[in-house]
Design a protein around this ligand. Sequence first.
Ligand code: 7RM
Length: 674
Amino acid sequence: MLRVAQKLIESAYTSQSKLLARHGRSTRYHSFLSTHMPECSSFPNVKSHKELYDYSVQHPDNFWGTLASSRLEWIKPFSKVSNCNMNEGSIKWFEDGELNVSYNCVDRHANVTPSKVALIWEKDEPNQVEKITYKELLAKVCQIANVLKSQGVAKGDCVTIYMPVSPTAVAAMLACARIGAVHNVVFAGFSAEALAQRIQSASSETIITTDQAVRGGKIIPLKNVVDDAVKMCPTVKRVLVGTRTGNSVPWNDKDINLEEAMKHENDWCEPEAMNSEDWLFTLYTSGSTGKPKGIVHTQAGYLLYATVTSKFVFDIQEGDIFGCVADIGWITGHSYVVYGPLSNGTTSVLFESTPTYPDQGRYWDMVERIKLTQFYGAPTAIRLLLKYGDSWVKKYDRSSLRVLGSVGEPINHEAWEWYHNVVGNGKCPVVDTWWQTETGGIMITPRPSGPSDKIEPAMPMRPFFGVSPAILDDKHNELSGNDVSGACCIKSPWPGMARTIVGDHKRFFETYYKPFPGHYFSGDGCHRTASGYYQITGRMDDVINVSGHRLGTAEVEDVIDEHDAVAESAVIGCAHDIKGETPYAFVILKEGHTVDEKEFGEQVRRMIKEKISSFAVPEGILLTDGLPKTRSGKIMRRILRKIAVNDIDNLGDVSTLADPSVVDKLISLKRGAS
Ligand code: 7RM
């Protein structure tokens, strides 16, 4: 029965691929609508990008329903597109449809182009690349799926994946999707406690890990961390251990050798028919409290949104080699390493190493060797590389690149210009993409856009199709017109939105839907420029108020970062008797730069006064060589705020920092300064 459905689906897919292929890869961006959006012909009066955007927000059910039918393959077609109530935080898309996500990401390509490369694994050691075709990926996914089934894992069960990025890790995610298990990927840099917390919160009985991990030339004892976590989680029944290094590691009763188990399994596993609203995965993300939130995404809506955003934001074409260097432990890895690229049948790169191993040229060496067409990375890495100069970039041929992407935090002007001019040689559009774990995929992004629409540096600019941003003030009024700032909300539903928080729907409602009734509240602040473009001002808690002036800490950072000697800065707000709040700046200098502190302070103060206003001038400027960052590179401002006011007895949990020792160094520097 399913086989028959698959045949039908294959022929539909082949005709769509032919339609898309006929237009060829030589076409330029201005023919976006005809090459990338054959669906436009069924939308009345849609001939331009603007008309398509307007149509998508005015007729979301027609827009998303059409794309869901043409871009995804269904086992049972849906009859209803959306059923959402943003006042209640109740979200459903394609609720009576059935499909299988792993089928969509693997089988449909393996059936048509079995020898096309699905994954290129750029291993930690430079020059060690492993390629895996769609046919090979299908076999691997099926074998792991069969191992899970043999072990008693059933539809709806939660499987925790604690693995470095690798084809096996990707196959493990897809194997869960194939049998309807819910995956819970935990970044393989989190501590045993953090892992245990996520295993328990998700009620997960199964863990998949590897013996060890290798990163930046160092061996990380992954299995030992899992052992420590499992001791804290008596409900764990089994630990499947894959091989990365093959070194001997401790072995316990619950452990199963993954590759051994796979050898005994068939390389075909029937994909489970999943309801659109069944859970696909949970992914923990930090909130404003100490307890991380298990964000839940479901099957069809998430997959459709990841598929469509990947394709259009990055202008994916046949033959592309898509390089998103995020780890699979973050949402960016889920949507733009795994689900988005694979659903489009693209070749996706798995980057196991670091930006500076074995040297500062690693990314660009990889671009040259693998001939990446898209590169999607984080501002924190760009700022880090910028301080080592242009020669590490220019040494390598980057002419294969067509689109550069940025994600995770605001990208400052200097980093944006360097990315655009040096990395991209001024030839590649830089897409600063704003989105969140909760949104499932990219929400605000300079591309896609109309043929003559320019990209403004350092801002995400334009809402994606179907996305209606709204800027609200603290009295819940939507601000109309341009040159306004407020809370960044979204006023109508989109398919990729999170559905709930594991075990805490109340927190879900209270965090995202209660603050601004009828809207999704992102927690970020936002400015709509005089030209009507969107600029993210940072987390709402990073927006400070100085003598009645609203000031984004990111705005001040942007100015400080323009100073020649500055590599990176972090600005926070300190309580002030008279002004309410006042900015305080932590500054890291570029490698090899020394400054006279007093003179430097004066220069920075002058620049801020000139570029923003005197109210934005920091009360204090502290030179440091490290900032407290999470493992995904986000600065923990909560900690900086305490250090700035010498409130060091109440620093809270610092265990999620990439390098907790930074905190002590900062405290003693601050003591010396004040
Ligand atoms: C994809 C991701 C989400 C938070 C978000 C923002 C910040 C992300 C940008 C950005 C300014 C951007 N998911 N953020 N992208 N801020 N410009 N382009 O990062 O859940 O881990 O983080 O990250 O504050 O709310 S996330």
